[in-house]
Design a protein around this ligand. Structure first.
Ligand code: ADP
Length: 579
């Protein structure tokens, strides 16, 4: 019920539309009843051969209801679909807005397939919330009220009989179907979700799956889930058929009872015979409003499960809370870290354990150390993806918490090992960094990133599609694209997080050359476990287990013959062997 109310609140801006579409739905069924009833009356009257003029009003009535039925049906469909798509886009935007601040800290718990399934599948399921859960009972209620009053005016008992059968079809049958189909809606949402996750995972890992000859295993899993989904859909179809048949049965029983009750009245002269068919057919017509009701519970279950899965994510509190109020704008970019301690979860051991350093504006600092030392974690804290607990990080003499996360990220140009390249054109990927960049700025950036000749050599130039994750580009070209983005963004602080890892030594050297150009005039922080090209750094921190164990320039650290020296020598040997 709580989920239902929350969903209803989410639809608040569209309540007017919902009301209008529901009224139109009721008017459509009402016109249908009117058409049946007036036609029956016309035929009964005409059978008595009255002068044609006596029939004129009824003929006009038949025409009116015939046309109004079509017009109302059209308007109802129009508004219903309009409101459904508005609701869907509202839910999608709302969900995305909630999702964004959760990245990346909380979204790690969900795979990309799982998220996709929620954004696409669950949101899509919610389109039925209005269409098949909210609207049918409201329409049925309005129709029942109208038909009951109409019948009661002629014969109260007949009206009560119709009321009984109407409620049986509207409430009794759906409850029966619900108890038979309990859990199917929920299971269907789960299976659809699991299938999505599996499919996305399989497509992403296609190369590995094929290489290890595990294709059949994935196929068996997918087949299993598909079969279960088909089975569930088959059962739903079975219940749909059963409920349809039961509603028809109830409708015919109602018709029969009305006739049984009213025929003696006609025989007794208490009711004019020409109304007989009108009452019976009018009662029958009202059951059109009942037809969609038996499936309301099942769609309700599906919608509630989909909504629960969405709320589960949106209820998660972002790690870094956006506090309302006055944000500062930094004017200087000196970075100072004091006694910084951080761990991902309470009771875990510290990932950063008392980090201290000063990086003056325009300076170059490298944090090096073995894998797992906590280097990337520091970058995450700097970008405000996580909240630190102890110590401080100040930028331009203010704690970084004093700046809005957006402002902070705007100041930082980041090149990582896994730069995400979108499945779009080279131009679109570049403009991501600065959507309004002029052609001159673009050319300047790609020249500095040494991509100009490459782009010129492509038949489609900037309009070349780079494929998913930039697969049509080489590793070096991908990193250059990332560098060009940072150049376009023109951020005063540069963060290079293992920017050349994964590149072969020759490309690495070339990309490093480009990166040196990028460092000019920017406060630079380099994170790496590969000790190459660090001669140009003003200061190097050697991190191990979240603590700085050595500190100095490349020369002084080598001279110390400590851990840095050992690591450098090891890598140097490997490099010499490799080349
Ligand atoms: P580095 O960049 O030096 O290789 P990281 O900063 O990535 O090291 O990781 C430091 C430690 O934090 C590792 O032990 C790693 O397992 C842990 N860690 C990293 N990310 C997370 C996370 N999201 N949740 C929990 N632990 C994490």
């Amino acid at each position: 019920m709580r989920i239902f109310l929350r969903l209803w609140r989410l639809l608040a801006p569209y309540r007017g539309f919902i009301f209008l579409a529901t009224i139109l739905g009721a008017l459509t069924v009402g016109s249908n009843i009117g058409l049946l009833a007036v036609s029956a009356l016309l035929i009964s009257r005409a059978a008595l051969h009255p002068p044609i003029l006596d029939l004129m009003t009824l003929i006009v009535g038949v025409r009116f209801f015939g046309i109004s039925r079509a017009v109302f049906r059209y308007l109802e469909r129009y508004f219903t679909h309009d409101v459904t798509f508005r609701i869907l886009s509202q839910i999608r935007v709302w969900f995305y807005r909630k999702l964004e601040p959760l990245a990346p800290a909380h979204l790690m718990d969900y795979g990309s397939g799982e998220l996709l399934s929620r954004i696409v599948g669950d949101v899509d399921t919610l389109k039925f919330f209005y269409l098949r859960v909210l609207a049918p009972p409201l329409v049925a209620f309005m129709v029942l009220l109208g038909v009951f009053l109409f019948l009661a005016w002629f014969h109260l008992q007949a009206a009560l009989v119709v009321l009984f059968f109407f409620l049986l079809a509207a409430v009794g049958i759906p409850l029966g179907i619900r108890s038979l189909s309990r859990g199917i809606g929920r299971r269907m949402v789960e299976v659809k979700g699991a299938l999505n996750v599996l499919l996305v995972d399989s497509i992403r890992g296609m190369t590995e799956i094929t290489a290890f000859g595990q294709g059949w295993r994935q196929q068996v899993k997918i087949e299993g889930l598909s079969r279960e989904l088909i089975g569930l859909q088959g059962r739903v179809a079975g219940f749909t058929g059963l409920s349809g048949a039961l509603v028809m049965l109830t409708m015919n029983l109602a018709l029969w009872c009305v006739l049984v009750l009213t025929i003696p009245l006609v025989a007794g002269g208490k009711l004019d015979g020409i109304y007989l068919a009108m009452l019976a057919l009018g009662a029958m017509g009202s059951f059109e409003a009942v037809l969609p009701l038996p499936l309301v519970y099942q769609h309700m279950e599906e919608s509630m499960e989909a909504a629960r899965r969405l709320f589960e994510i949106t209820d998660t509190k972002p790690v870094v809370q956006d506090r309302a109020g006055h944000w500062l704008i930094p004017h200087r970019y000196d970075l100072e870290v004091k006694g910084l301690r951080f761990r991902y979860r309470e009771n875990d051991s510290w990932v950063l354990d008392g980090l201290d350093f000063v990086l003056p504006q325009g300076g170059r600092l490298a944090i090096v150390g073995p894998s797992g030392a906590g280097k990337s974690t520091f970058v995450h804290l700097l970008l405000r993806f996580w909240e630190y607990e102890e110590g401080s990080i100040t930028l331009g003499n203010h704690e970084i918490r004093a700046y809005s996360p957006e402002t902070l990220r705007q100041l930082m140009g980041v090149v990582t090992q896994q730069t995400h390249i979108f499945n779009a054109t080279i131009g679109e990927n570049l403009l991501l960094a600065k959507p309004g960049a002029s052609p001159e700025e673009l050319v300047d950036a790609i020249r500095k990133a040494q991509l100009y000749d490459f782009i010129q050599s492509l038949p489609h130039g900037y309009d070349t599609y780079v494929g998913e994750e930039g697969l049509k580009l080489s590793g070096g070209q991908r990193q250059r694209l990332a560098i060009a983005r940072v150049l376009l963004k023109n951020a005063p602080i540069l963060i290079l997080d293992e920017a050349t890892v994964g590149l072969d030594p020759v490309t690495e050297k070339e990309v490093m050359g480009t990166i040196y150009g990028l460092m000019e005039g920017r406060t630079t922080l380099v994170i790496t476990h590969r000790l190459t090209g660090l001669e140009v750094m003003d200061q190097i921190l050697f991190l191990e287990g979240g603590k700085v164990v050595e500190q100095g320039t490349h020369e002084t650290l080598l001279a110390q013959k400590g851990l840095y020296y050992k690591m450098w020598e090891l890598q140097h040997q490997v490099l010499v062997e490799k080349t």
